[in-house]
Design a protein around this ligand. Structure first.
Ligand SMILES: Nc1ncnc2c1ncn2[C@@H]1O[C@H](COP(=O)(O)OP(=O)(O)O)[C@@H](O)[C@H]1O
Ligand SMILES: [Mg+2]
Length: 246
């Protein structure tokens, strides 16, 4: 079975070793009272997430809005007049588990809802990295995470990017995303030699710069069944069987 790496921190360190990828990883630090103050002061909006977690569980969005500190998680949305007051709540919510802070990306929206993209790259039977699939994930109304298992909706990338860009530019963006998938796979395998597949969560802001929000080392292949092109899911399964996944 391919290697699974749980810690987002360790996976971020692996990405930062690549001179190309390090430019598109939003600044990430370990959570503490002082690091959160500092990150908020610099960036205004950040995400706090468990070092080990999935499906968007426990992911929080923290921002300074109109002089108030705003904390969102799941469907909760609260504002606090002081940092200290908010941090007490964050401490309760995060107690006992390691958490990270990542600079927030103001994700593009589709029909008023935030979206990001999942890029799947795999070691192919010729033992080189290949991007085998890509799909967009649109958050449920007012939600801060786009995860399918958190109520997100799967939409073809062409449709999402086509709402922002013309046809030729969409083609170019897709090529860029394919390269990111391949490079992320290579960077992970360099550090973790048993990794055979990656699912890269890529967020884009209004400038359409791709940012790597997370790399999954055991990504869900079934989301690709939602694409009209059946050959994509078939290839993903064929490749994963070749490296020993059922
Ligand atoms: N830095 C960020 N900026 C904007 N949105 C983010 C950021 N980090 C995470 N998110 C949102 O939260 C979701 C879940 O975060 P992620 O790091 O992928 O954790 P999980 O392992 O739970 O999927 C992402 O798919 C994205 O929608
Ligand atoms: Mg994710």
């Amino acid at each position: 079975m391919p290697q699974y790496v749980g810690s987002k921190w360790r996976k971020t360190v692996a990405l930062l070793r690549s001179p190309t990828l390090r430019k598109i990883v939003p600044k990430t630090v370990k959570l503490s009272d002082s690091s959160l103050r500092e990150m908020l002061r610099h960036h205004g909006m950040v995400y706090v997430k468990p070092d080990v977690g999935m499906h968007g569980n426990g992911v929080m969005r923290v921002e300074i809005a109109r002089g108030l500190y705003r904390l969102r998680m799941g469907t909760q949305d609260r504002s606090y007049s002081s940092f200290g007051e908010m941090y007490q709540v964050i401490r309760k919510l995060t107690s006992g588990r390691k958490h990270l802070i990542q600079r927030g990306v103001h994700l593009l929206r589709y029909g008023g809802r935030r979206f990001d993209l999942r890029v799947m790259a795999q070691l192919n039977p010729r033992k080189s990295w290949e991007t085998t699939g890509m799909i967009g994930r649109v958050a449920a109304a007012r939600k801060i995470v786009t995860n399918y298992h958190g109520g997100g909706k799967l939409v073809p990338v062409e449709k999402l990017l086509g709402s922002q860009l013309g046809h030729t530019l969409v083609r170019g963006k897709i090529r860029q995303l394919r390269k990111i998938g391949v490079m992320a796979g290579q960077a992970m395998r360099r550090k973790f030699p048993g990794v055979c597949e990656v699912g890269v969560d890529v967020g884009m802001d209004a400038s359409l710069t791709p940012w790597i929000l997370e790399v999954n080392t055991s990504p869900d292949p079934y989301i690709f069944r939602k694409l009209p092109d059946r050959s994509i899911f078939k290839k993903i399964r064929r490749y994963s069987k070749a490296y020993g996944k059922r």
